[in-house]
Write a protein that binds this ligand. Structure first.
Ligand code: SF4
Length: 453
């Protein structure tokens, strides 16, 4: 009888950077002859790629592990991988009984031998593989990601990992280490493989994409990298940029974006706040006028430019005046999209010990005010799209409509363009925008006759 192929179930929590790492894990498991399953009951190995940069993310990861542990069959292995496993280590096993192993952010490339070790490990206590130093395994990712990418229209490309910024509230550098950029030739080869696999949109991700090359002394490496990527993979229709850091975003970046229509005029730039005093306490770039100048130049050079950001409200010492300053800043910039978190005091960060921590009720009230403040702005900016033609990428279909995204929408983060027709998944089609809501747009295929009632 042929030997049964072992199966694995992988649950990914957190941000697109984790999604990218999960693709690396998947690739390695497939190459080691494991089969992927979406049903945890059928899996021999259960892996949760956890998120743990905030308490809420930790709680979600613990909850997912506890649920899988509660239904674990005899012989199944349960593994916690990723950020929460790295950050909290042994503490996780106290909260999840039935966990067989923990593998950290710097070690996931060892997932296959780690599973072999777990199989050989006959003791009840879990195995740990959580190195505290050393590179993240970006270079160990097999460059041929075709198995993962085939049939996909959109793919992430992680250009670096770790972060060297000093933000006072952030735990990421403590468990991801300092910024380390991937060599250009690796990124080019990977982009070309994604192109050959039929990918249409490549999304550049990192903790800070604008820090690309700084670890080897290149101060503004991202624009040159973008130029090289676009030249090396000319059939990629959309290059999208996420996680830009305001202190590193340059004029040259705007010029390169303006000079290459394939680099879509979309930037996600988490700004965290808009008041200089709060930004100073956050240890973030706090020259708000300089930032406004960059945004003005970005929008002037790219007339259809989209700007997404994220803020933290209720940071220690945030006065009502500072919060109002943030709202004023939002009114001045009119971001196309803005998300927000309430501040979470994370042990080990400088912000944890800051005086004047804000009461949760005040944080929540400010969060609600901020979200309500942004809604009419988002709606207004969406309404400006009505009557315009847009190219959209079809993500899903059903019941007479297609769920699509335009260049204005990053997957799983922004809204959709809902098109009144079933279109082939993965196709890029022109549409005419007919309606706007706060988050989503409505459209019809651009070649359909418009019904005038
Ligand atoms: S730039 Fe982002 S990832 Fe880096 S320390 Fe600041 S908040 Fe954390």
């Amino acid at each position: 009888m042929p030997k049964k192929q072992p199966t694995f179930y992988l649950l990914t929590l957190g941000c697109p950077k984790n999604t990218f790492d999960s693709e690396g894990i998947t690739e390695m498991m497939l190459q080691a002859s494991y089969r992927s399953t979406t049903n945890p009951r059928h899996a021999d190995v259960l892996i949760v790629n956890t998120c743990g940069f905030l308490q809420a993310a930790k709680d979600e990861s613990i909850g997912a592990l506890q649920e899988l542990a509660g239904r674990k069959r005899k012989g199944q292995l349960l593994i916690a991988a990723g950020c929460m496993a790295q950050r909290f280590g042994r503490e996780v096993t106290q909260q999840v009984s039935g966990l067989d192993g923990l593998i950290g952010t710097r070690a996931w490339a060892d997932i296959v031998p780690f599973i072999q070790n777990l199989r050989a490990h006959k003791k009840p206590e879990p195995l740990y593989h959580l190195p505290e130093t050393g590179d993240t395994p970006l270079e160990t990712i097999a460059l041929n990601r075709q198995q993962v990418e085939l049939g996909r229209a959109s793919a992430y490309l992680k250009i670096s990992d770790g972060c060297s910024a000093p933000c006072a509230f952030c735990t990421i550098p403590s468990f991801k280490g300092l910024n380390r950029s991937r060599p250009r030739e690796h990124l080019i080869a990977e982009a070309q493989r994604l192109q050959a696999a039929g990918v249409q949109e490549i999304i550049l991700i990192a903790q800070d994409t604008t820090a690309y090359g700084r670890d080897w002394g290149e101060v503004d490496g991202l624009p040159a990298l973008l130029e090289q990527l676009v030249a090396a993979a000319p059939e990629i229709k959309w290059w999208r940029l996420m996680y830009a850091y305001p202190g590193h975003a340059s004029q040259r970046l705007i010029e390169v974006m303006a000079g290459h229509p394939q680099i879509i005029p979309y930037i996600d730039m988490p700004l965290q706040h808009g008041h200089p005093d709060t930004l100073k306490r956050m240890r973030r770039p706090h020259n708000v006028d300089k930032l406004l100048g960059w945004i003005e130049s970005y929008r002037r050079s790219l007339p259809h430019a989209v700007l997404r950001t994220t803020f933290i409200v209720g940071y220690p010492g945030e006065t009502e005046t500072e919060f109002q300053g943030l709202l004023d800043f939002m009114a001045t910039v009119e971001f196309d999209r803005a998300g927000a978190f309430t501040f979470s005091p994370e042990p080990g960060t400088p912000a944890f010990d800051l005086p004047n921590q804000i009461e949760p009720a005040v944080q929540q009230e400010r969060w609600e005010r901020l979200m309500a403040f942004q809604q009419p702005i988002s709606l207004r900016r969406n309404q400006q799209m009505v009557g315009q033609r847009l190219e959209v990428l079809v993500d899903g279909v059903g019941e007479g409509v297609s769920v699509t995204r335009s260049y204005r929408d990053a997957p799983e983060i922004d809204g959709f363009v809902v098109v009144e027709k079933e279109l082939p998944i993965g196709a890029m089609v022109p549409v005419l925008v007919t309606g706007a809501m706060e988050y989503d747009l409505l459209a019809i295929p651009a070649d359909e006759p418009i019904l005038v009632m």
